[in-house]
Design a protein around this ligand. Structure first.
Ligand code: XUL
Length: 533
């Protein structure tokens, strides 16, 4: 019998599965299910439900549950030996919250195999939809919590981050203020990660230290719920939160529902899930300081590994818990692939066409600079979106726009990651956009650092599978070393290194100063709400 481990990634737009065979060191299965395409009856756009207020972005948690059911059915149909899976872990888009009523625990414990997951779960929610990380409607609540915790610096020092609109604490506060009755009916609040783990384990799952740090509710040093933050957020919150747990904790064996319906081994273990960024850190093998990752997904993120906790006292970046037990500093940009897609759509380009545009323009774009804030931006904080162009030539706008978006994204990452004090020695690129070499060349040149890719673009799902290995080995009496667990799977693709070009590095060293000046100038005239109180 093969020793298989399953990693799942519940992201904004899709649910992915990666199965690894730990003995042969191979990824034996890798598939994604796109929510919009596979489950159109939920009416999502890019996995999200939009309202008239562009700041409000939710998703239906039942859709995530249905996706899990459909993906298991697909794996069975594809002949994955589901009975050989020893442990399952997962990764979830961070910050999103699911609100469960007092029927949830019993329903999870008694899932009926003659019914679908959705049929089993209807009626367990105290809120039909889940606010997700793209929601930016909680500025007032951020200000209220921040003030009670003593300001930006004090909030970051206590919880790892200043309050952010997308973080779970401010979202819970808004819910408790605007829907107090539904808040009162809520018995348990889950993150996307812990909600999905609960389905697999058949019980309310703990929240892990990595994703828990993205709530503004956890003491980043003690890794326990922070009493002052809970009090500042909403009444009676302590009783509605599950316990916090180490990211390699085994919750228990998988729910009998998956055993009966899909033939899972009854002894297979369900592990705690964590956020997509902490999972990606493992999937990319970021277990030493100096290696950093840039994830080119719906959002773009820049993150690394930190032994000792340093927070961003200016309040732009965040510190989460890492699956290795230490810290993961991160900055997150809303206008990631969304910005690139806006430009592609405008000029009718696919990725290939976009790359051609990058290749026909020169590093530095002849001084043309764009602030690509199509959506409200997290880093730097911009609440009133709108793009701005500087020094553009009227000719061939399409090519200049394509280059300007990518250069702005890379320069912004360089500028806004300085607080981490981690000099990148190698950058690992991941996410859908990482297959595009012209983009990676700009990355290498802006950071003056080699960029590498790994075989599996789905680093979050791979990281989840590797966490399942680590958790399973530890639970069964082993003392696994992270280096051994991640090696082989996270080796970069041979000859995949993209090296910086000295001439371009010099161009970007100058352009980044110009970009910083423009950004500062524009932000000082931004309406007051986007600036710090
Ligand atoms: C990180 C963040 C995003 C989501 C995307 O803070 O908000 O990267 O995790 O899934």
């Amino acid at each position: 019998m093969a020793r298989l481990f399953l990693g799942l990634d519940s992201s904004t737009q899709s649910l992915s599965a990666v199965v690894i065979d730990y003995d042969t060191h191979r990824v034996v299965y890798d598939k994604s299910l796109n929510f919009d395409k596979a489950l159109p009856h939920y009416g999502t756009q890019n996995g999200t439900l939009r309202s008239d207020d562009p700041r409000v972005v939710h998703s239906p948690p039942l859709m995530w549950a249905e996706a899990l059911d459909v993906l298991f059915a697909q794996m069975k149909q594809d002949g994955v030996p589901l009975g050989d899976i020893l442990a399952i872990s997962g990764s979830g888009q961070q910050h999103g919250s699911v609100y469960l009523n007092d029927r949830a625990a019993a329903a999870l414990a008694k899932l009926n195999p003659n019914k679908t997951l959705v049929e089993n779960l209807r009626g367990i929610f105290s809120r039909a939809t889940a606010p997700i990380w793209m929601d930016s409607s909680t500025s007032a609540e951020c200000a209220e919590i921040r003030e009670k915790l003593g300001g930006i610096k004090a909030t970051a020092q206590q919880t790892g981050s200043d309050t952010f609109e997308r973080f779970t604490g401010p979202q819970i506060r808004k819910f408790s203020k605007t829907e107090s009755e539904n808040y009162a009916r809520t018995s348990s609040i889950a993150l996307v990660s812990s909600f999905m783990a609960s389905l697999l384990a058949g019980k309310i799952a703990p929240i892990d230290h990595g994703d828990g740090a993205g709530m503004n509710l956890m003491d980043i040093h003690k890794k326990t719920w922070h009493p002052g933050a809970l009090k500042a957020t909403a009444p009676g919150l302590k009783t509605k939160l599950p316990p916090l747990a180490d990211p390699s904790k085994v919750i228990g064996t998988v729910s009998p529902w998956f055993v009966k319906k899909y033939g899972l081994n009854p002894a297979a273990q369900a592990l705690v899930w964590t956020g997509d960024n902490p999972c990606s850190a493992i999937g990319l093998g970021l277990i030493q300081e100096g290696k950093v990752a840039i994830s080119l997904g719906t959002s773009y993120t820049y993150f690394g590994r930190m032994k000792h906790c340093r927070v961003d006292t200016r309040g732009e970046g965040s510190v989460f818990g890492a699956p290795t037990g230490d810290y993961l500093p991160l900055i997150c940009f809303t206008n990631g692939s969304l910005a690139r897609e806006k430009i592609s759509d405008q000029y009718g380009l696919d990725w290939e066409g976009y790359n051609q545009m990058l290749l026909k323009t020169k590093p530095g774009n002849n001084g043309a600079i764009m602030l690509p804030w199509f959506e409200p931006e997290i880093v730097p904080r911009v609440s009133h979106p709108g793009i701005q162009r500087f020094n553009f030539d009227k000719k061939d706008m399409a090519a200049q726009d394509c280059r300007a978006v990518v250069e702005a994204q890379m320069m912004s990452m360089r500028l806004h990651s300085a607080w981490m004090k981690i000099k990148p020695t190698s950058i690992y690129a991941t996410g859908g956009g990482s297959v595009n070499l012209p983009v990676l060349q700009i990355m290498a040149d802006v950071f003056n650092c080699p960029v590498r890719r790994i075989e599996v673009a789905k680093s979050a799902a791979l990281g989840a599978a590797l966490r399942a290995v680590h958790g399973w080995l530890s639970h069964n009496g082993g003392k696994p070393k992270w280096q051994e667990v991640v090696s082989v799977f996270t080796d970069p693709i041979p000859n995949s290194e993209v090296k910086p070009v000295a001439k371009s590095v010099r161009i970007y060293n100058k352009l980044v100063e110009k970009y910083a000046t423009i950004e500062r100038r524009v932000l000082t005239v931004e309406p007051a709400r986007c600036r710090r109180p």
